[in-house]
Design a protein around this ligand. Structure first.
Ligand code: NAP
Length: 225
């Protein structure tokens, strides 16, 4: 599978690339092609050191718009306030059957602590905003909101965590669930249609507040039965 990461030069992008590059061709995206190539080179060096002969696929870099037309899965690894502008550019070039995944958390700091922007500003969840600006809705999914980039980048570490998935199309949810399960120790938990994504997104400011007040280091979430 070809996995394109819009904004792949950020911390989450590095983590996704290192976790998936053994089995998939990962394309790091940036607004700047040279920055994408440089990051891809750095991640490839890290992957070679870690995996050696087991690193069989590839990590390459490209400008965001250009990689979108080549990807089977597209991660939107960008800040919330850039969704409208970025999706506006991707809309014309992205393949009809490309699955788009939003890990985006709309978060801000207030005097009380980290807060969820849609509650503060009566705005849309990140996934809903993506769906509004990058139709059709069936291809938009959300996941990975509560995974810390620090742990994602430590590829030898088993995450021992769950991540909530939202999406309207069950076939696409199944594909993403498989991709989630390839990350060591990460369990996909289907939460419901895209309209429920706010319930997953809002967990991140909650976790960060709990971590800060209780001196916890990059905590994750796991459901227990
Ligand atoms: N960090 C975490 O632990 C974590 C955990 C869970 C979820 N998330 C979510 O995952 C997403 C990525 O996180 P991150 O920490 O990797 O983000 P980030 O470092 O803040 O940004 C990622 C990339 O977005 C691109 N970008 C910045 N401004 C942009 C703009 N105006 N238009 C288009 N692209 C722009 C930049 O790439 P170029 O400058 O190269 O284009 C940047 O490297 C965020 O939505 C975040 O909420 C993060």
């Amino acid at each position: 599978m070809r996995i394109g990461i819009i904004g792949g030069t950020g911390g989450m992008g590095e983590g996704f690339a290192l976790r998936w590059c053994q089995q998939h061709n990962v394309i790091i995206g940036s607004r700047d092609a040279a920055r994408a190539t440089e990051s891809a080179k750095n991640y490839s060096n890290i992957a070679n050191t870690i995996y050696g002969n087991r690193f069989k696929a590839s990590i390459t870099g490209d400008e965001n718009i250009s990689l979108s037309s080549q990807s089977d899965i597209l991660l939107l690894s960008i800040p919330y306030d850039t969704i409208i502008e970025t999706c506006g550019k991707l809309k014309e070039v992205i393949n009809d059957n490309c699955i788009v995944v939003s890990p985006i958390v709309p978060m801000t700091r207030t005097d009380a602590g980290f807060a969820y922007i849609p509650v503060e500003q009566n705005s849309k969840s990140a996934a809903e905003l993506v769906a509004d600006n990058l139709p059709p809705r069936t291809r938009i999914l959300s996941a990975f909101h509560t995974i810390s980039e620090t742990k994602l980048k430590k590829v030898d570490m088993s995450l021992e965590a769950d991540t909530f998935l939202c999406g309207d199309d069950h076939a696409n949810v199944t594909i993403l669930s498989r991709l989630v399960s390839e990350i060591k120790g990460l369990r996909p938990i289907y939460l419901g249609p895209l309209s429920m994504s706010y319930q997953a997104e809002i967990l991140t400011p909650m976790i960060l507040n709990a971590a800060k007040k209780n001196k916890l280091k990059n905590p994750g979430l796991k459901l227990v039965e």
